[in-house]
Design a protein around this ligand. Structure first.
Ligand code: GDP
Ligand code: IMO
Ligand code: MG
Length: 434
């Protein structure tokens, strides 16, 4: 019996809490697979009093002997990968035999990181505010057919590496960018050797074989839809397809083999780096959300910009991803607010626009509606029966606005602080299928 792969992805500007929920859902799956992005991601998980941040390794790694796959759509920095894998090993979570890496995944070279910095410097005030991990230059090389892949390690690597490095150095020189590569390059080469101990696979064959055998697969997105290279707030985006279709190209799963699409969002909104953010709050309310939500980048430590939930952008994200179930995170951050706002439309040049427009850089003002807050500490709640009336009203309002039900609500960073809704319905569905 062939199964379909489910996808979990971010609907805002990243950091929605994907890592936490993938970890929570992993016991229901046999396989967890990352399909795009790289060490620009920082996926945080908390359980048993410990906190972990994953960058390139799938968030299914903490739940027993599940198969974890890094797909062809991911970009890997061997030096950062080694640091991440070694930290996991030290904490009692060795990866051998549980982590498989696609031979078609592209390698982030030390010179890609330099190019990232050089391009950002050249952009000046218009810089993207990247994570500095070399993501853009690596995907650029992939698309321009100049990239180095994990599988290249196995044959004629030195020549390919030197050729790519020289090409990068010519660009760096033309940008008058000064650098010293020696330390980073030595670390990188060491990481490359380290990578060789893992099973390097043709992951598209493997995943399809597993699906054909009836195994269940959860695809883990990185970043968020508003950072997608095609549909995000271009040019202030990342360089991969973060949307649902990215799982098809980033893992080799055909569209007709996609099952549920879990869209994850915060009860408010954040963004890190430059670019438009229509609901941004630059006042004390924004500071309050930032403080209560600990909104600092898990990779860069940068302060995240905070604002009200943007339903115009969320509706757009739900549309381009075909979201079937919603997951709302960090509602506890709003526990002490007496009123909560939600953006239901944009006002552009005096006109109300209910859909996400081509460009949100200029003159976009949010049209906000105010809702009563629940003013209740929800962090210890275990079931939806305990939800305050105002919180239920907030959920109903969002479901009506977004047209998709909110299946999971997260009320704190810990694995245990997760509440599933519509449980009776799920049981009924299971009964019927038996
Ligand atoms: P990801 O990149 O989507 O995996 O998200 P990040 O890990 O970058 O950022 C989410 C942050 O919020 C992390 O620090 C999580 O530990 C934390 N977090 C996740 N869910 C909740 C929640 O429901 N409430 C609170 N207060 N924090 C949460
Ligand atoms: P996770 O998976 C939030 C942002 C950067 C920058 C832009 C481009 O943890 O949600 P890049 O380094 O990718 O070229 O940067 O994208 N960005 C993220 N923002 N969460 C992320 O990942 C991000 N990955 C990249 O801040 O604005
Ligand atoms: Mg993150």
């Amino acid at each position: 019996m062939t199964t379909k792969a489910d996808i979990l992805l971010g609907l805002q500007w990243g950091d929605e809490g994907k890592g936490k929920v993938v970890d929570v859902l992993t016991p229901r799956y046999d396989v967890v697979a990352r399909f795009q992005g790289g060490p620009n991601a920082g996926h945080t998980l908390e359980f048993a009093g410990n906190k972990y941040v994953l960058r390139s390794i799938p968030s299914g790694i903490f739940q027993g002997d599940k198969i974890n796959i890094i797909g062809n759509g991911v970009v890997i920095d061997p030096a950062l990968f080694k640091a991440e894998a070694e930290a996991l090993k030290k904490s009692g979570h060795p990866l051998q035999n549980r982590l498989l890496i696609s031979k078609k995944a592209h390698l982030i070279m030390p010179t890609h990181r330099l190019l990232d910095a050089a391009y950002e410097a050249a952009k000046g005030a218009e810089k993207v505010g990247t994570t500095g991990k070399g993501i853009g230059p690596t995907y650029t090389d992939k698309v321009s057919r100049n990239g180095l892949r994990v599988g290249d390690m196995l044959d004629g690597f030195d020549e390919k590496y030197q050729k790519a490095k020289q090409r990068h150095e010519r660009i760096l020189q033309s940008l008058h960018y000064t650098y010293d590569l020696r330390e980073a390059e030595a670390e990188w080469m060491d990481g490359l050797e380290y990578l060789k101990q893992f099973q390097l696979v043709d992951s598209e064959h493997l995943i399809n074989k597993l699906l054909n055998e009836g195994k269940s697969v959860l695809c883990e997105g990185a970043q968020g839809t508003m950072l997608d290279i095609d549909f995000g707030s271009y040019p202030y985006v990342t360089s991969s397809n973060t949307v649902c279709a990215g799982a098809c190209t980033g893992l080799g799963i055909a569209p007709n083999k996609i099952g549920q699409v879990y869209g994850i969002f915060k009860a408010y909104c954040t963004r890190v780096g430059s670019g438009p953010f229509p609901t941004e709050l630059t006042d004390e309310t924004g500071d309050k959300i930032c403080t209560l939500g600990h909104e600092f980048g898990s990779v860069t430590g940068r302060k995240r910009r905070c604002g009200w939930i943007d339903l115009v952008a969320l509706r757009y994200s739900i549309m381009v991803n075909g979201v079937t179930e919603l997951i709302m995170m960090k509602s506890d951050v709003l526990d002490s607010f007496s009123t909560i706002c939600a953006c239901v439309a944009y006002r552009i040049n005096g006109e109300e626009v209910p859909y996400f427009p081509y460009d949100i850089t200029d003159n976009v003002e949010p049209v906000l509606v105010e809702l009563p807050g629940w003013e209740t500490d929800m962090t210890g709640m275990q079931s939806e029966d305990e939800f305050p009336e105002e919180f239920n009203a907030y959920l109903s309002f969002l479901e009506e606005q977004l047209g998709v039900r909110i299946k999971i609500v997260s009320v704190g960073p810990d694995r245990a602080q997760t509440i599933e809704r519509y449980m009776e319905e799920s049981e009924e569905t299971i009964d019927q299928s038996l």
